[in-house]
Design a protein around this ligand. Structure first.
Ligand code: TYM
Length: 359
């Protein structure tokens, strides 16, 4: 049985990295007849792992930190915007189960069980945790940030997913989910794959898959919404003018000719973006630009992004302001389906682990 699961944090109207690294592939997977089920989750409980800690420590709380907490868009607003964007990208509720993580109990419940199987030494190795936690002398890093990857493993294993389409930055978390699944299987299922070991979408199978979109200003960093340089990241709701400007200003070299070359990482990133949007093999993409210089290539790239992205952004904004009831209905239906499937896993998971059944 092939089951796809993936998740995205509710950041609002997502960026090009989320789109190319994940969501575009989620949409593609809807057309794959070999897949039996698809679950796409807006992971609102992951999104709060850093939100409250600094502001709620009694001894450090300031008026300023309360103000920022209140000014931030609320989790519910961000969740609805993200749902609208996913639908605008082409997630089809008749083919995929779209739901909000906090609406389905199994995620947090399974997380507790799995956290008892997960040595802290595994979590201490997580790169994203090391990047996000405070430095020496820090007394603010929350338990939720540390156990973040266990919640992610629970998201995946609650549906016994076999395929997890994510961007490159989630690879280590996915490996951890596999280790946890393996540990459960060994301890409670005599090594049988009760929890299948989830794979990521392989680059070999789909040569256009590009799961590492880099910053437009620094090809050594991933494109990210939290980057202080706003020019570095294209949002799905940017207007055409903004997209042209960001691409024009994107850092490149002065070698003129357009050639796919790993020694030219900035250009390579732009070529990757083009190939991923067009759905063509990365190895062939530079042949499209044999006669171009950097400026004309950038114009073509900006036009391509505008054609693909702007209609999505416009649709998402409209849906948010006019169709809130429909959004809520879709998410509600999704939660019911997800609840049903994950409850079944929980029942079997507890039985195997020897936990007393209820009633
Ligand atoms: P998140 O919300 O940060 O990102 C959502 C998806 O977008 C991908 N992504 C990128 N891909 C390529 N280039 C980039 N610059 C880029 N930036 C983001 C991410 O890899 C991700 O696939 N922990 C996850 C959410 C999650 C999850 C899960 C994923 C929670 N539970 C279970 C899969 C399965 C996260 O923070 O993604």
């Amino acid at each position: 049985r092939k089951v796809v699961l993936s998740g995205i944090q509710p950041s609002g109207f997502i960026h090009l990295g989320n789109y190319l690294g994940a969501v575009q592939n989620w949409v593609q997977l809807q057309h794959n007849p070999d897949i039996h089920e698809r679950f796409y989750s807006i992971v609102d409980y992951h999104a709060i792992t850093q939100k409250y800690v600094g502001a709620s420590l009694d001894d450090t709380v300031t008026d300023e930190s309360i103000d920022t907490l209140q000014q931030d868009p609320s989790p519910q607003e961000l969740t609805l915007k993200t749902a609208a964007t996913l639908l605008a990208c082409g997630i089809d509720p008749s083919k995929s189960t779209l739901f909000v993580q906090s609406h389905v109990n199994a995620h947090t419940e399974l997380m507790w069980f799995l956290s008892c199987l997960t040595p802290m030494s595994w979590l201490n190795k997580m790169i994203q945790y090391k990047e996000k936690k405070g430095g020496k002398g820090d007394n603010k890093t929350g338990l939720g940030l540390f156990s973040y990857p266990v919640l992610m493993a629970a998201d995946i294993l609650a549906y016994r997913a076999t395929l997890v389409p994510v961007g490159e930055d989630q690879t280590q978390h996915l490996e951890l989910a596999k280790d946890i699944a393996e540990r459960y299987n060994r301890l409670f299922a005599s090594g049988r794959e009760f929890f299948p070991l989830p794979d990521k979408l392989s680059f070999e199978e789909s040569p256009w898959v590009y799961n590492r979109v880099m910053s437009l200003q620094d090809a050594s960093k991933k494109m990210s919404k939290s980057d202080p340089s706003k020019k570095s990241c294209i949002n799905l709701i940017d207007d055409p003018e903004m997209i042209r400007l960001k691409i024009q200003k994107a850092k490149t070299d002065s070698l003129g000719k357009i050639k796919y070359d790993s020694l030219r990482p900035e250009l390579q990133n732009l070529l990757h973006i083009y190939a991923a949007l067009e759905g063509i093999d990365i190895a062939k993409v530079d042949q499209l630009f044999i006669d171009d210089n950097m400026a004309s290539f950038k114009t073509k790239l900006a036009n391509k992004i505008i054609d693909k992205i702007c209609p999505i952004g416009e649709k998402a904004i409209k849906m948010c302001s006019n169709e809130e009831d429909r959004l809520l209905e879709i998410l509600d239906k999704g939660a019911k389906q997800a609840q049903l499937r994950s409850e079944e896993t929980m029942r079997q998971m507890k039985q195997l682990a020897g936990i007393l059944r209820k009633g």
